[in-house]
Design a protein around this ligand. Structure first.
Ligand SMILES: Nc1nc2c(ncn2[C@@H]2O[C@H](COP(=O)(O)OP(=O)(O)OP(=O)(O)O)[C@@H](O)[C@H]2O)c(=O)[nH]1
Ligand SMILES: [Mg+2]
Length: 251
């Protein structure tokens, strides 16, 4: 686990065999009535990746979100709205490109930092996790900011490794990480996607990101969602601790 110094920058578009480019990247997201934001989010991805990244939206909307997504060339998978993690689980397991990047479809996350995520994957990290709290996250509601600091503190204690933002929606994963682990959480999936790989020894890097004010309505009830995330953090950390214990040989 490491954080801090800048990645060696590339524009993610060079063609050396051993480096991934945006042709190897899928950017995936759950989308639920995000018509105010989706046009900008998809235009930003298109611009920064030069149209090379594949985009997958798992959509439960009743507004124009899926039409706008298709107009931008995204693959849209329709799904009844069943919560963040159900959508994002379907989204991360859909692509067959080697690098999967998650984001929210609310214009909070800086798509212009995608080349930094790709550069860190190319440095060898298995998961690159956007740390919203590093720069202060002034655009985040104060209650959520407090909660996110608290989740990171609890997760760090339970894991025995300091992490700074367990609930961020912007990460890059080598697809092998996603495929090698069974994911169980819904609202807490974002925390699970950091905790299980970290406790299984994958190379994780937290990377500071800018965080913007949300466009459109939140889909998360901060109180109920917060309780569910806290429960997921405890459950998943303890399950991973138990996995670490030596097993009794069976006779
Ligand atoms: N398909 C689908 N997408 C969902 C569902 N719930 C949330 N999402 C999407 O998942 C992403 C995260 O939801 P947000 O409402 O941004 O939750 P949050 O980031 O915790 O809260 P904010 O601080 O308001 O951004 C957004 O892109 C939502 O549109 C759902 O039930 N189905
Ligand atoms: Mg969001």
């Amino acid at each position: 686990m490491s954080t801090g110094e800048q990645p060696e920058m590339t524009d993610g578009t060079d063609d050396a065999d051993d480096r991934y480019t945006f042709d190897d990247v899928s950017v995936v997201m759950g989308t639920y009535n995000e018509e105010e934001a989706i046009g900008k989010v998809l235009a930003d991805i298109d611009e920064v990746t030069d149209g090379k990244a594949e985009v997958v939206c798992v959509d439960g909307s009743s507004d124009r979100t899926p039409e706008i997504a298709r107009e931008h060339g995204a693959t849209v998978i329709e799904q009844q709205p069943q919560g963040y993690g159900v959508a994002v689980h379907a989204a991360i397991t859909e692509p067959d490109r080697p690098i999967v990047v998650t984001t929210d479809c609310d214009d909070t996350y800086p798509m212009e930092q995608l080349p930094e995520f790709l550069a860190l994957i190319n440095q060898g990290y298995d998961v690159v996790s956007g740390d919203r709290l590093y720069h202060g996250a002034d655009a985040m509601p104060a209650f959520n900011r407090f909660g996110n600091h608290a989740f990171a503190a609890v997760a760090s204690l339970l894991m025995g490794t300091r992490v700074h933002d367990t609930t961020t929606g912007m990460r890059a994963y080598r697809r092998e990480v996603i495929e090698s682990i069974e994911w169980t959480e819904n609202t807490g999936l974002s925390a699970e996607l950091l905790i299980r790989p970290l406790m299984r020894g994958y190379d994780i890097r937290e990377h500071p990101i800018e965080y913007r004010e949300r466009a459109g309505e939140t889909k998360l009830d901060p109180l109920q969602g917060g309780v569910e995330i806290a429960r997921s953090i405890v459950k998943v950390s303890l399950e991973e601790r138990l996995r670490e214990l030596p097993h009794e040989p069976t006779q």
